[in-house]
Design a protein around this ligand. Structure first.
Ligand code: ADP
Ligand code: MG
Length: 464
């Protein structure tokens, strides 16, 4: 709809410009045709006058010749008079430089008289137009075949019962002038029109490309910002992971010693009856804390000594089911129900199942930790032929906007005993799978975490 609106005005303007141009051109051509018809009409009238004058002249001289003959006037004298006033002389008198191209008087066999310069003309019976006019005995007009500006009028007439044909041809130079004018005006108006259209088109192309450029610029800037943030994050992560692996290494040995000593204390020291209960309680707490510290060291190591994924064909539903089983025990202790919506016929995917399980454990653990007793966690796997979504939904504490923004930051934790490593590790695993992790969360309402990974590796099609 927006696109239609965007192109509507330029399209309307161009349509209007084209309509205007078509109207202008048709008016010009119509005017030209009218003027041409007027000119032809005028010259046919002129031709008619010339033809009738010549015919009257010829008929008169023919009468005079007959009379002189009847009066028995000497032949030489007759020839002399006719030379001066006969048909030939009469026709020659019309020959003016300019509009009359030729005047010819002919009978069925030959040319009787003609203006100068006419040597050969088609005979009456070899030309349909001429023969037609000759037999019908009526005046006719035509544009001379093969010529553009030569207009011929023919008129048959009789003298003493014999038929003749008088032809007059005008060269209408004004039509040429008219055409030159028309071409000039068409060229001029056409160029103005084309120029306007080009300007309009350029204008709209400019507006359009500016819009595209602005959009591309915004996209690029967003991409640059994203990459910069990623780089900053990677730098921070690298520095922190070095620190983490160092600390984990340093802690491990004293922790082992504490663990061994605690076990020995429990085995070898027999406290007096008065201290027995306290002794057992303290050693239990020490064992629990050692376990927690070991867990932290494991997380540090998991994070710092990141494994390269080994991609293998695996079933996403089976992976999720294993983790649900694993975590159900912890959930039950808190009276939390984990509901797994199992989908039939899952599509197999190419992933590192060990790492994927690690990612899912981290997310599900967070959900359990955020959910109060008697809460519920819903886990599902949703697939299409391109990607797989692992969705973990809880109705627990949720996150504030600030927490959501920092959730993936290394060591960010809102928990008393949290390490802030879980989501950072998860994100790295998902990155290694070219996937993404999306968290939607509302404070006091709950959280939905979606782990989305492509079913296939890049450049790999189904069946590979
Ligand atoms: P940790 O679990 O050690 O705190 P994580 O990286 O796993 O570290 O999580 C970081 C923080 O993100 C948590 O401390 C918590 O504030 C928040 N968070 C993660 N998952 C959830 C969840 N499902 N509900 C509420 N807050 C969560
Ligand atoms: Mg966690």
């Amino acid at each position: 709809m927006k696109k239609i609106k965007q192109y509507f005005i330029p399209a309307l303007i161009i349509i209007m410009a084209v309509a205007l141009a078509v109207t202008m051109f048709s008016t010009l051509i119509y005017q030209y045709k009218r003027s041409r018809e007027d000119l032809v009409e005028l010259s046919s009238q002129q031709a008619g006058i010339v033809l009738h004058t010549v015919i009257v002249g010829i008929q008169t001289t023919s009468g005079i010749r007959k009379r002189l003959h009847n009066e028995n006037i000497e032949t030489n004298t007759v020839i002399k008079v006719l030379k001066e006033y006969g048909t030939g002389a009469l026709i020659q008198k019309f020959e003016k430089p300019g509009s009359i191209y030729y005047i010819v008087c002919q009978d069925e066999k030959q040319i009787i008289a003609a203006t100068k310069g006419v040597k050969e003309l088609n005979s009456i019976w070899s030309d349909i137009f001429l023969s037609d006019a000759f037999s019908k005995e009526e005046m006719s007009h035509r544009i001379l075949p093969g010529k553009k500006y030569h207009f011929e009028t023919v008129c048959p007439f009789r003298i003493n019962g014999k038929k003749y044909l008088l032809r007059v041809c005008f060269k209408i130079e004004s039509i040429r002038t008219l055409e030159i004018h028309l071409i000039r005006r068409l060229t001029l108006q056409g160029s103005v029109f084309v120029f306007i259209i080009i300007i309009l088109v350029l204008y709209f192309i400019n507006i359009h490309s500016n819009r595209l450029l602005a959009r591309e610029h915004d996209k690029m800037m967003a991409e640059v910002e994203r990459i910069q943030q990623q780089l900053r994050q990677q730098e921070r992560t690298a520095a922190m992971s070095q620190l983490a692996v160092g600390i984990a290494h340093e802690i491990r040995n004293p922790l082992n010693a504490i663990q061994i000593l605690t076990q020995r204390m429990e085995r070898e020291i027999e406290p007096g009856e008065a201290y027995k209960q306290k002794f057992t309680q303290f050693t239990r707490i020490i064992r629990e804390e050692i376990k927690r510290l070991n867990e932290i060291i494991k997380q540090f190591n998991d994070f710092s000594l990141a494994k390269q994924p080994k991609f293998k064909e695996c079933n996403p539903v089976n992976i999720t089911k294993d983790i649900v089983l694993l975590e159900s025990g912890v959930a039950q202790q808190k009276n939390i129900r984990i509901k797994f919506i199992e989908n039939k016929n899952p599509v197999s995917i190419k992933a590192d199942s060990y790492l994927l399980k690690q990612a899912l454990v981290n997310v599900i653990k967070n959900a359990i930790e955020a959910t109060p007793g008697h809460g519920e966690i819903i886990i599902s796997v949703s697939q299409n032929n391109k990607q797989t979504d692992f969705i973990v939904e809880d109705n627990g504490a949720g996150m504030t906007e600030d927490e959501l923004e920092k959730a993936f930051d290394l060591y960010f934790s809102t928990k008393d005993h949290g390490t802030g490593l879980g989501l950072a590790i998860t994100r790295r695993i998902i990155d290694q799978h070219n996937g993404e992790i999306i968290i939607q969360s509302r404070e006091a309402k709950g959280t939905i975490v979606t782990i989305r990974i492509p079913n296939r590796r890049k450049n790999e099609s189904i069946g590979n």
